[in-house]
Design a binder for this molecule. Structure first.
Ligand SMILES: [Zn+2]
Length: 224
């Protein structure tokens, strides 16, 4: 049986949606209920239902509108009644457009069609907005509307994409090499990652891979 949600920082829980944590969902406890960040593949719905059993989902937030992050988004909102929050620059495309914001053909052919079902975006997030105690950072490049979530008090950073750590030890990450062409705009994506690395996050919680608690190593991997 796949493991349940794991609390890795105060009120921040991670649940694997794919083996070896290669795809995750994140749940943040908020004042009005839980915020579920990203909803995986379309076939992640069953797994999400198990992970979220007994919880009150107050909002579903999305780091970026790529098919492997919003595949079960419409299902999750329908199932829980939660409103949807997403980066302003991805929202229109999610509502009724193509999600092929990848420079390379692989992403366009494989990932884009995964978000079959769409719905209205209830809250269009921009830099400085708040999500369950986290600040929204606009970090365009991976997709035009990519967001990260930052909590300065304990320096926890939640990212949708980024270097993928395959090590179980958050202090000594091992990086999974990724195919090129997954970013919409690679140079903007690089600049956005460097901005995040300069925050020196004590813990990086990513939607792909395992958490990283090695600010220097994370920064080196993103080229700071
Ligand atoms: Zn992804």
């Amino acid at each position: 049986m796949a493991p349940p949600l794991t609390e890795i920082a105060d009120g921040v829980h991670v649940g694997a949606l794919a083996p070896a944590s290669l795809l995750n969902t994140v749940l943040i406890e908020g004042p009005d209920g839980d915020v579920v960040v990203d909803a995986g593949f379309p076939w992640s719905a069953r797994r999400l239902a198990t992970l979220l059993r007994g919880r009150h989902v107050a909002e579903h937030a999305v780091t970026h509108a790529h098919g492997d992050h919003v595949g079960a988004t419409a299902w999750l909102c329908r199932q829980t009644g939660a409103p949807l929050a997403m980066g302003e620059a991805d929202a229109g495309r999610f509502e009724n457009g193509r999600l092929d914001t990848h420079a390379g053909a692989l992403g366009r052919a494989v990932l884009a069609p995964l978000a079959r079902e769409r719905r209205t975006v209830d809250r269009r997030l921009v830099e400085g907005d708040r999500v369950a105690g986290f600040s929204v950072l606009a970090v365009p490049g991976h997709s035009p509307g990519t967001l990260a979530l930052w909590r300065a008090e304990d320096r926890v950073l939640i990212v949708g994409d980024g270097p993928v750590n395959v090590s179980d030890d958050p202090r000594s990450p091992r990086w999974l090499p990724l195919p090129r062409g997954l970013h919409d705009d690679p140079s903007k994506a690089g600049a956005s990652r460097r901005r995040l690395a300069e925050l020196r996050p004590a813990l990086v919680v990513a939607m792909h891979g395992r958490p990283v608690a090695a600010p220097g190593k994370w920064a080196r991997e993103v080229g700071v």
